[in-house]
Design a protein around this ligand. Structure first.
Ligand code: CLF
Ligand code: SF4
Length: 296
């Protein structure tokens, strides 16, 4: 336990299957896919599939409306006793769909108040949603930060789109990175538990990730989760012939980051945007929406 983490935060971490390796044996998470749109482009992504930032490519989650999501969460919570976290992580970026995302969180909070709410985002518009996050009592936020240097970032993000303006090249990476770091700092100052996800992309950001880890730790991130690049079919990186890191390379990097003093997550299972169950389990099909139709 770290001296700068409150006992309340420790309690919240101990019930979250991603933030605590121990918890993932006992506690389940449920993702609700209510957020189809995205406001940036990553070279490893193909928009036909789920957001790769916290997911595996090549899978398609069926989008639910907030009403359907409410029904589904109520049904799953009644049947899945281990459920401790309800997260929104796609299939696009949750904050590129703020109405759906926050409407859904509000419904979950009202109907299933004993689960924690969890949000995963690319961070572009995070700073504009701090008040909603606090008001809804969202205590866990993940930001995918693959670079803190725009020279590295421009090899990952061809464009970002914000308030009617499309940014390209280095300007796109500069804007995204500055927004991610600002969002992280604002949330951490409020005591919200921020996890940073980074995709390890050999030849692009692998040597840069220790610098990312150091910076996000300084800004108050609780945990760093580095996951291997998995290239979506049809993505730019597939065309470029990029390769995933070998397991050993990933392991070595995680060791290095741990030595730098950061708490490193090593049990991520790169969930789908509609995953239900313990990490690694995909029990979505056990809980069809049609079965939730009749309100008990
Ligand atoms: Fe979901 Fe993400 Fe919350 Fe966990 S997943 S929104 S923090 S409740 Fe967890 Fe899945 Fe890895 Fe994500 S294992 S992909 S880190
Ligand atoms: Fe794809 Fe997610 Fe990147 Fe958006 S943030 S382009 S959905 S990987």
């Amino acid at each position: 336990p770290s001296p700068c983490i409150s006992s309340e935060a420790e309690e919240e971490i101990s019930r979250h299957p991603c933030y605590s390796e121990e918890a993932h044996r006992f506690y389940a998470r449920m993702h609700i896919p209510v957020a189809p749109a995205c406001n940036i482009q990553c070279h490893y992504c193909n928009r036909k599939f789920d957001c790769v930032n916290e997911s595996r490519p090549g899978v398609v989650s069926e989008v639910l409306t907030p009403e359907q999501a409410e029904r589904k969460v109520k049904g799953v919570a009644a049947q899945l006793m281990q459920l401790s976290v309800v997260g929104i992580a796609g299939p696009g970026d949750p904050l590129a769909n703020p109405e759906q995302t926050f409407d859904t969180f509000a419904r979950v909070k009202k109907n299933v108040p004993d689960v924690s709410l969890c949000l995963s985002t690319n961070g572009l518009t995070l700073y504009r949603h701090i008040d909603e996050i606090v008001e809804l009592g969202i205590r866990h936020v993940t930001i995918t930060i693959n670079a803190i240097d725009a020279d590295v970032g421009q090899a990952i993000y061809p464009w970002v789109f914000d308030e009617g303006v499309r940014y390209e090249g280095k300007a796109a990476a500069e804007l995204l990175i500055s927004r991610q770091l600002r969002g992280l700092e604002l949330l951490a100052k409020l005591g919200i538990l921020v996890k940073v996800n980074s995709i390890m992309i050999p030849g692009v950001n692998d040597h840069h990730l220790p610098a990312v880890s150091k910076r996000v730790k300084e800004l108050g991130a609780t945990l760093h989760n580095v996951t291997p690049l998995i290239i979506a079919p049809g993505s730019q990186y597939e065309k470029d012939g990029r390769k995933a890191p070998r397991p050993k390379e990933l392991h070595n990097l995680q060791e290095l980051l741990g030595q730098g003093g950061m708490k490193v997550m090593r049990h991520c299972r790169q969930c789908r945007a509609d995953a239900i169950g313990l990490l690694g389990q995909d029990r979505n099909r056990d809980f069809p929406l049609e079965a939730m139709e009749a309100d008990p």
